[in-house]
Design a protein around this ligand. Structure first.
Ligand code: NI
Ligand code: MN
Length: 228
């Protein structure tokens, strides 16, 4: 798969069969690169309704080429805003489409729309690609022990985990998350966007060393496509 980090929690994934996925589409975030792919995407995934994750969905998803996948409450909101193709689901379920599987998993976080409306539960996603490889995007979350179940059930090769602290896990918690999930590769996210997100890659690296696990830390340059 090809993975491009667009800053904050926004990632573009290109699958083996060439499907284009954008997760947490805040492409106007302060760290976003200039060469951002504006789509159309095959799928846009939204982990929760906070503005830094719902992001630019209303701009990017106004085409029936793009299928948005989100929790029920976000689906209802987007349909009311005139977004043509939105699939709602809920935590625990797997949606199979185009030889891909999207599993909605828990996240320990709140969720409200920028206008204050209730956004349903916050969630994460496990994407299982055509060849069986899987990737876990944790969304915004605190550490929770059931991350171990995500590892046991879906064995994600790649985990995208927040490390910025304050609103989400910091480096210490994210390292423990790796111990629970045991991915081959971890990519940190949700850091450096604002001064209040103080969790940094160096601390994460140190915390990871405390666990005797084979997980490899990859820190992509923003806007750089990496092949995994
Ligand atoms: Ni949030
Ligand atoms: Mn956030």
């Amino acid at each position: 798969m090809k993975v491009t980090f667009y800053g904050h929690s926004c990632f573009k994934i290109i699958t083996e069969e060439g499907k284009k996925i954008l997760i947490d589409p805040w492409i106007s975030n302060p760290l976003a690169p200039k060469n951002i792919d504006l789509g159309p995407y095959d799928f846009i995934l939204i982990t929760h309704a906070h503005g830094d994750h719902l992001g630019d969905t209303l701009k990017l998803a106004r085409t029936a080429v793009t299928e948005v996948i989100a929790i029920h409450e976000i689906q209802q909101y987007l349909l009311k805003q005139g977004i043509p193709k939105v699939t709602g689901m809920n935590i625990g379920g797997t949606y199979k489409v185009n030889n891909l599987k999207f599993t909605m998993v828990p996240a320990l976080h709140s969720s409200s729309f920028p206008d204050g409306g209730y956004g349903g539960s916050a969630c994460g996603f496990v994407i299982t690609l055509e060849n069986g490889t899987s990737l876990y995007h944790a969304g915004d979350t605190g550490l929770f022990y059931d991350m171990k179940l995500i590892g046991e059930l879906y064995s994600p090769e790649v985990a995208l985990l927040p490390i910025g602290d304050h609103y989400v896990m910091g480096p210490k918690e994210a390292a423990k998350a790796c111990d629970l999930i045991r991915p081959e590769i971890v990519i940190p996210m949700h850091y450096e966007t604002f001064p209040i997100l103080t969790g940094d890659v160096e601390s994460f690296k140190k915390e990871l060393k405390k666990y005797n696990i084979p997980t490899v830390l990859i820190v992509p340059k923003i806007g750089e496509e990496i092949t995994i």
